[in-house]
Ligand binder design. Structure first.
Ligand SMILES: [Zn+2]
Length: 74
C-alpha cells in the first residue's frame, strides 16, 4: 500500500497521473518517480524525484498565471 521495500534495484518506474497538476486543472500529466540520492532525515528514506516521461524533471503546472510575491508595501 505504500512505497516500502518493494521498489528497489530495477530502474523501472511506473508512471501515473500527477495529482497536483490534475488538481490545478491539468489532467493526464504523466509522471514517474526516480529515487533520489538524498535521504530524508525525518524518516531515513530516500526522496523521490518526479520526472516527466522524457526523463526531465517534472514541474507542477499551475493555473495560468503564477502568483508573484508582492513587494512589501507600507
Ligand atoms: Zn505535477
Amino acid at each position: 500500500m505504500s512505497l516500502s521495500s518493494g521498489v528497489d534495484g530495477c530502474g523501472m518506474s511506473k508512471q501515473e497521473e500527477c495529482i497536483k497538476c490534475k488538481t490545478a486543472g491539468f489532467p493526464n500529466q504523466l509522471i514517474g518517480f526516480k529515487k533520489s540520492t538524498r535521504i530524508n532525515p525525518i524518516n531515513g528514506k530516500p526522496f523521490w524525484d518526479l520526472i516527466n516521461p522524457d526523463n526531465s524533471e517534472h514541474e507542477h503546472k499551475q493555473n495560468g498565471t503564477y502568483l508573484k510575491h508582492l513587494k512589501m508595501v507600507n
